[in-house]
Design a protein around this ligand. Structure first.
Ligand code: FAD
Length: 439
């Protein structure tokens, strides 16, 4: 039996372990934390499990939904139409239909028309490869003008990537616009038990297939061990394997493989990540009827809110509304380093000034942050996108550094895994013949 190690217990690692074990491989999965799920992990609150960072599914999650089905959860899924609002200087504008766009008061009529044309161009122009060579900022400014970019797009881009928005390629933005704004009303999905139930279903199925889960075990290094690769963990020896798949962020992978002959295009690739701060507020009163709402020029620290209860039934949090105030912020920046109490105080102040009724009904709050979330893509990334196969038949990469130009999501991570697997199976089989023949 081929022995495989999977590094990381987020969706990329869980999906990889499920497929490898389904193919008859012996699998050991290493997870540094004491919980599975990675960025989709949950926290316990009054007996229920809620996501630390807002998460939902989309109808076109074509790589993720088959896994939800395979794990027997699809029939329980809830789908709802959701809406987006846009707060500009404390006034909220709906932003869902062409009519909403044409009524968006902060822009002139001409700017609104240009904005509408931009939406059409992004939808019908698709993922034109030349968009990889120019920044989203150049692309958008050219289509809608400087004023519209500053009022609308700059805040929307920084609401996703913080102050690094200037680097983003137009290809990424076009992909994002295609994913989130189809032609019909926006529909999002969730599971009654949230991402927790999905992670638990993965864990149960992996256990049933004999996958060994090594929790709280951080892999520090991958080294040569004859024909195999050995893992060194913080605790010592992690064992030797025929094939290793790493799903940890790129720079972790680069650090772990310092002594291996990894191609320079991967070993030397520079890709920084943006982090996120998430304040989860439990309120007795709703904020609005929008699922998400960025806010601009409104004097707030946070960049906007995701009102999860406009998707997830209220019963999930004992009848309270669950709201995520967010900032995408770099781990080295001042905001990211502020103590939890200070961040929560700032978020409370945001709520008090923008939504006093909801603020007065806050019953509880939690703060979470993650340093490595969104890869900060730069123009030309298509040309340096890391391959899956790093050492043929022995070492593979399936991580967020490879989702480009897709949006970073559980679905895109599953798609990366799906792209890696055929090559892995073929190369491992070919190598088994050669190595087996030699021995
Ligand atoms: C605020 C926010 C909102 C989001 N919203 C959505 C959404 O609505 N829908 C959606 O689909 N996606 C959403 N995402 C994106 C989604 O969370 C990511 O795309 C996905 O979780 C990435 O999965 P991954 O397994 O590649 O990485 P991660 O989730 O980062 O998991 C990597 C895992 O590997 C472990 N690990 C790393 N290095 C090692 C090591 N050396 N040894 C052992 N273990 C290691 C880590 O502890 C971690 O558990 C959101 C993310 C954030 C932060």
């Amino acid at each position: 039996m081929v022995q495989a190690a999977v590094i990381g217990g987020g969706i990329s690692g869980l999906a990889t372990a499920l497929s490898l074990s389904g193919r008859g491989y012996g699998v050991t999965l290493f997870e540094a934390e004491d919980d599975l799920g990675g960025l989709g992990a949950t926290f316990e609150w009054q007996g229920v499990h809620l996501e630390r960072f807002y998460h939902c599914l989309l109808p076109d999650d074509h790589a993720l939904l088959p896994r939800v089905r395979e794990l027997g959860l699809e029939s329980g899924m809830l789908w709802r139409e959701t809406k987006m609002g846009f707060m500009y200087r404390s006034r909220i504008w709906p932003m869902n239909t062409p009519r909403d766009l044409l009524s968006f008061g902060p822009l002139t009529i001409l700017e609104r028309l240009r904005l509408g044309l931009m939406g059409l161009r992004a939808r019908f122009g698709g993922l034109a490869p030349e968009l990889d060579a120019i920044t989203a900022e150049q692309w958008v400014r050219g289509m809608v003008g400087d004023r519209c970019f500053d009022i609308m797009w700059k805040p929307m881009l920084s609401a996703k990537i913080g102050d690094r928005y200037g680097a983003l390629p137009a290809l990424w933005l076009s992909s994002r616009m295609n994913r989130e704004k189809g032609s019909g009303p926006e529909r999002k999905g969730c599971l009654p038990g949230g991402y927790r139930s999905l992670v638990d279903a993965f864990a149960a199925e992996l256990a049933r297939r004999g996958v060994v889960l090594r929790m709280r075990t951080r892999v520090e290094e991958i080294v040569e061990d004859g024909e195999r690769l050995a893992l060194r963990t913080a605790e010592g020896d992690g064992g030797a394997y025929d094939v290793v798949v790493s799903t940890s962020p790129l720079h972790h992978f680069q650090r772990m493989t310092r002594t291996l002959r990894v191609p320079e295009s991967v070993a030397g690739l520079k890709l920084d990540y943006q982090g996120v701060i998430s304040g989860v507020f439990f309120t007795g009163k709703p904020i609005s009827d929008y699922y998400w709402m960025p806010w601009v020029d409104s004097g707030a620290t946070s960049q906007g809110v995701i009102e999860m209860s406009n998707l997830v039934p209220l019963e999930r949090a004992h009848g309270l509304h669950v709201n995520y105030l967010v900032n995408y912020a770099h781990r080295d920046g001042e905001l990211f380093k502020l103590p939890d109490e200070e961040m929560l105080a700032r978020y409370r102040a945001d709520l008090a000034s923008l939504f006093p009724a909801a603020a007065a009904s806050v019953q509880d709050a939690r703060l979470f942050r993650a340093p490595y979330v969104e890869p900060i893509w730069t123009t030309g990334y298509s040309k340096v996108l890391p391959p899956s196969s790093i050492l043929m038949g022995r070492l593979y990469l399936a991580c967020t550094a490879q989702v480009y130009p897709r949006v970073n999501s559980w679905n895109s991570c599953c798609a990366v895994v799906d792209e890696m697997l055929p090559q892995l199976f073929e190369e491992v089989a070919a190598r088994t013949v050669v190595v087996g023949g030699r021995s």
